[in-house]
Design a protein around this ligand. Structure first.
Ligand SMILES: [Fe+2]
Length: 420
């Protein structure tokens, strides 16, 4: 075992899971710097496929995107032959994050500090004054540029979505996702070419895992989200599924809006404080659902471990890229898209419905606030565990709505990987 691993194993003796029961999650999972460092090492830099880009963001040779694997800055670039390369955004000389624009087109990457230059695959191709000046100074005689390329990651794509890994021997993305999660992934990425519609970026003052948990939690949807409840998008009584892959780490939160307005029974109305009878939108086109997917679900939100959310909410489509920034904060990058063959009217519909999403969206807003409240509660409290028992301790795929089964499945996998 390398030294750094044995050191961090020793440091974790303070962190012992309260018992073997997954219904108790210790607060330190969300607040400890040591735990966070181990997550970066074992999860984001470990045997995982991490989302880095959509192919439509880097459409032509020379296109690039500044991205992240976990907290680690990377560059995603399309080479002249069309192939996609992902390498660390860290100059081999002094470690500067050399690529600064979010997206663009270039022939090469030049570090702004000392102008060391790299090609579109991350190879070092230029070092100014390599042989010194007037035969003085410069690199040692045995300097070999090919020993100082940018650190290259493994890359794979599925239907226009680009993933990268620090591991060299990853299984295929299809095997990584498993058949049940792949089915809903492919319903969204159905082979049509994607058209980029825009971005949102926001920081959330909460632990990154909470975003996964939020989208493995159908319970909150009918309680927190007044918009969902009042306009019939999701109420207690909808057909719903919480699908979990065999490893427990990925999931799909799915629901089907009935064609007819659902009659909410009196007991459910009482339990859902956000429910108000008779609310109506001024512009009812907002909630139109144009059937376009081979899927029984009108909504699928997928949590793809460790850093990707795919969003298909009626006709508003997007991915969310989770970039952890320590235990108490993450950056969220939302990439909204449609398809290349969309009519102008369909694009307008997607953009209009996109008001549900983003940091100030009719749905997006409340999740951010709720996660902030949870983080603040845990950082400051003297109690020490979350209680996650809904759904009678079941794990794995379920079609109940009042359950936390998928959260427990995620922690079953997490504890194995983290050695907790
Ligand atoms: Fe939510």
């Amino acid at each position: 075992m390398p030294d750094d691993l044995s050191n961090s194993a020793a440091a974790l003796t303070n962190h012992v899971w309260p018992n073997d029961d997954l219904q108790l999650i210790p607060d330190w999972v969300y607040t400890s710097q040591e735990i966070y460092e181990r997550e970066v090492e074992r999860i984001f830099h470990g045997r995982t496929w991490n989302f880095v880009a959509l192919e439509c963001e880097i459409p032509q040779p020379g296109s690039f995107k500044r991205s992240f694997v976990g907290p680690t800055p990377v560059i995603v670039a399309r080479n002249n032959d069309g192939s996609i390369h992902v390498f660390e955004n860290r100059c081999a000389h002094r470690g500067a994050e050399l690529c600064r624009p979010q997206v663009g087109t270039t022939k090469e990457f030049v570090c702004p500090y000392h102008q060391w230059t790299y090609d579109l695959t991350g190879n070092l191709i230029g070092v100014p004054f390599r042989r010194g000046l007037n035969k003085e100074g410069g690199m040692p005689k045995d300097f070999r540029p090919e020993d100082h390329n940018l650190l290259k990651l493994s890359v794979t794509t599925r239907r226009g979505v680009v993933f990268a890994s620090f591991a060299k021997d990853m299984e295929s993305i299809e095997d990584y996702l498993g058949p049940a999660v792949l089915e809903d992934f492919d319903a969204l990425f159905d082979g049509r070419k994607l058209k980029l519609l825009g971005y949102y970026r926001n920081t959330v003052p909460a632990n990154w895992k909470m975003y996964h948990e939020n989208l493995k939690d159908p319970y909150h949807a009918t309680l927190l989200h007044a918009f969902l409840v009042n306009f019939g998008l999701m109420v207690a009584g909808n057909k719903c599924g919480t699908i979990v892959d065999p490893s427990g780490r990925h999931g799909t939160l799915a629901s089907a809006r009935p064609d007819e307005k659902l009659n909410v029974d009196d007991d459910s109305k009482k339990q859902m404080r956000a429910f108000k009878e008779g609310m109506k939108l001024e512009d009812e086109r907002f909630l139109d659902y144009v059937k376009e997917f081979k899927s029984p679900w009108t909504v699928t939100m997928q949590t793809i471990w460790p850093n990707l959310i795919t969003q298909r909410e009626l006709n508003t489509l997007g991915v969310r890229h989770i970039v952890p920034q320590g235990p108490n904060e993450f950056l969220m990058i939302w990439v909204m898209f449609g398809y290349e063959d969309d009519t102008d009217e369909m694009t307008r519909h997607r953009l209009r419905q996109g008001n549900l999403m983003g940091p100030s969206g009719f749905l997006g807003l409340e999740d951010n606030e709720a996660m902030k409240f949870v983080q603040q509660g845990m950082v400051r409290s003297v109690s020490d565990t979350n209680y996650v028992a809904l759904g009678d301790r079941e794990e794995g795929t379920t079609h109940k709505i009042i359950t936390e089964a998928a959260i427990r499945s995620m922690y079953r996998n997490y504890r194995g990987v983290m050695g907790l």
